[in-house]
Design a protein around this ligand. Structure first.
Ligand SMILES: [Fe+2]
Ligand SMILES: [Fe+2]
Length: 424
């Protein structure tokens, strides 16, 4: 056990560190940043960590915004009265601060690239500063005074593009930033830039995914604008409501974004573009051979998405949307919870829509109430029983059930189902 004296020595040594002991904990806290793919959350976290660990009056991040083509104060935190309001600062490319850092003038003034207010003063005292740089530094000082910041730390992407600037307020203990601290903040900014770029790339990939889905929906539009397309649009709407409701109940969705999950349900029938129209729209019963062709549409649709790495879940929802809870569906006869959640949702919404809407060859066979009664009758046979309950709640909330279901012939069932339940 260390003696009392030696432990006091350790403590006083720690207090004498230029970082006041925050360096290690801030390094640890930033280590997992690249895992965060939500830019807003990431930036808020960076700001929060610096305020908390370094103990500053306030911290803000000015970040380049692609849509606004300017730098915007994206996140800001600190003590009341000192914090700069979010979006209060917006700077164009020709703003003095932006030009100063974009053109790398900062490295003339401090070798680390980060700038303290006193560095500017010290530099101005040199006799060799030309007038335009003197003006620029004067404006920079004025801006730092306005925002009450003691240091500015730039973040560069691929060592050339200025991605953003960290605004550091005063240290709560009144001390000044040391050179080692500026070096450390520049290293931290490099990690933050990597994490932010990673999150931005992820967002772009998501955009590409949605672009693919949009393109796919166009192919459905061309193939069957009158029936399959409106059917899929209604599916999207109902599936989205189901997903929102399930999420509120704490159901965790697979490893794909919610929007992509809903889009997969929307695309469930994409394989029908390979089914001959004479089979799709045939009046009267299908022959065995025609059934066999129609039954290929889930696999045909899934095979499109199986070509794209990372969209396995989308493919699985499409492949299994005709499976039944009791194992009597197709293409593989999967049973119960072996059927992916998205496919179990799709089959309910799909059947309801088929029962309540006309086809070219027939009128809608069921009223909404009769269709709901049919879904309930087929719980545990065709459908996941808990998801049927949630679906009925969604219909009631959308006002699609007569008197909220209260006076219809299956009203007592609705009333029972409308009480909160947990979905497995
Ligand atoms: Fe289908
Ligand atoms: Fe369908």
């Amino acid at each position: 056990m260390p003696s009392r004296k030696s432990s006091q020595n350790v403590r006083s040594k720690k207090n004498n560190l230029p970082f006041g002991g925050y360096k290690r904990s801030l390094e640890l806290a930033t280590a997992g940043m690249v895992e965060i793919l939500d830019i807003e959350r990431l930036v808020r976290l960076i700001v929060y960590m610096i305020v908390k660990k370094v103990r500053l009056t306030h911290v803000g991040i000015l970040l380049y915004n692609d849509a606004k083509k300017s730098y915007v104060l994206t996140s800001s935190k600190g003590k009341k009265g000192s914090v700069i309001p979010k979006e209060y600062i917006r700077m164009e490319n020709d703003d003095v601060i932006i030009k100063f850092f974009a053109e790398r003038t900062n490295y003339l003034i401090n070798r680390s690239g980060a700038i303290r207010k006193e560095d500017l003063l010290k530099y101005l005292k040199k006799g060799t500063v030309n007038n335009s740089l003197r003006d620029c530094i004067g404006q920079l000082r004025a801006e730092m005074e306005d925002y009450d910041v003691d240091a500015l730390v730039p973040g560069y992407f691929q060592t050339k593009n200025l991605l953003g600037i960290l605004f550091l307020g005063k240290k709560s203990n009144g001390s000044r930033f040391q050179q080692e601290e500026l070096d450390f903040f520049m290293a931290l900014a490099r990690t933050a830039v990597m994490a932010i770029r990673n999150a931005q790339l992820y967002k772009n990939i998501q955009k590409i995914f949605y672009g693919i889905i949009k393109a796919m929906s166009l192919s459905i539009e061309k193939f069957d604008p009158d029936f399959t397309r409106p059917h899929m649009d209604r599916m999207f709407d109902m599936a989205a409501s189901m997903v929102v409701k399930l999420e509120r109940r704490g159901v965790v969705f697979p490893d794909i974004p919610k929007e992509l999950f809903i889009s997969s349900i929307f695309l469930h029938d994409i394989g029908k573009q390979y089914t001959p129209k004479e089979i799709l729209y045939k009046e009267g019963p299908l022959t065995q051979g025609e059934w066999a062709i129609l039954k290929k549409h889930p696999v045909d649709g899934a095979e499109i998405f199986e070509q794209i790495d990372g969209l396995e879940e989308v493919a699985a929802i499409i492949r299994y949307h005709q499976e039944k809870f009791d194992g009597s569906g197709y293409p593989e006869g999967l049973k119960g919870y072996k059927i992916p959640l998205g496919a179990r949702i799709a089959t309910i919404v799909d059947s309801f829509d088929a029962m309540t809407h006309s086809r070219p060859y027939r009128k809608a066979p069921f009223s909404i109430e009769d269709a709901v009664a049919e879904l309930i009758k087929n719980k545990n046979k065709q459908f996941d029983p808990d998801l049927v309950d949630v679906f009925v709640e969604v219909l009631a909330e959308k006002g699609m059930l007569k008197d909220g279901g209260g006076s219809s012939k299956v009203g007592h069932i609705f009333n029972k189902l409308l009480s909160p339940r947990t979905v497995a």
